[in-house]
Design a protein around this ligand. Structure first.
Ligand code: ZN
Length: 150
């Protein structure tokens, strides 16, 4: 199981880093949040557009390592179309996954998100994976300060 997960993790990170989804500037975003991970140097700008309590559109730009880019790409795919409440739940689930406190979660129900559990094998990279999600959390809460993982 662990070996399978590691292989899948590397495959997904490779794919999403080489071909990031929703990697574009959004001119008419409702919220824009800047995130920075000083440990690795990752920078992200996250754009969100809301419609009737849902995330109508989400995109990102920035420069970062493979893990931060892949995590942001996966995240945009997963949260698009979700209600704000659902997105909040996903943020919490993601946090539990990468910190290894996911005993109560059903990994198979989380789909692609569960792949990021593979980052646990690389503790120094966890903040790369969480940066886009902390930026999302700030955007959902309407915070406009830049986000830092430190
Ligand atoms: Zn990084």
């Amino acid at each position: 199981m662990l070996d399978d997960l590691r292989d899948l993790y590397q495959e997904v990170v490779f794919d999403h880093n080489r071909n990031p989804r929703n990697f574009r500037k959004m001119e008419d975003a409702d919220r824009t949040v800047e995130g920075h991970n000083p440990l690795c140097g990752d920078r992200i700008t996250l754009y969100l557009k809301f419609d009737d309590g849902r995330i109508a559109d989400v995109s990102f730009q920035g420069q970062g390592c493979a893990i931060s880019t892949a995590s942001a790409s996966l995240m945009t795919e997963i949260v698009k179309g979700k209600t704000l409440e659902e997105a909040e739940h996903l943020f919490e689930a993601f946090h539990q996954i990468v910190t290894g406190r996911d005993d109560d979660l059903k990994l198979e129900e989380l789909g692609k998100l569960a792949v990021l559990a593979g980052v646990r094998q690389y503790p120094s990279r966890i903040k790369c994976a969480t940066l886009p999600w902390h930026s999302l959390e700030a955007a959902l809460k309407g915070e406009e300060q830049p986000v830092s993982t430190e």
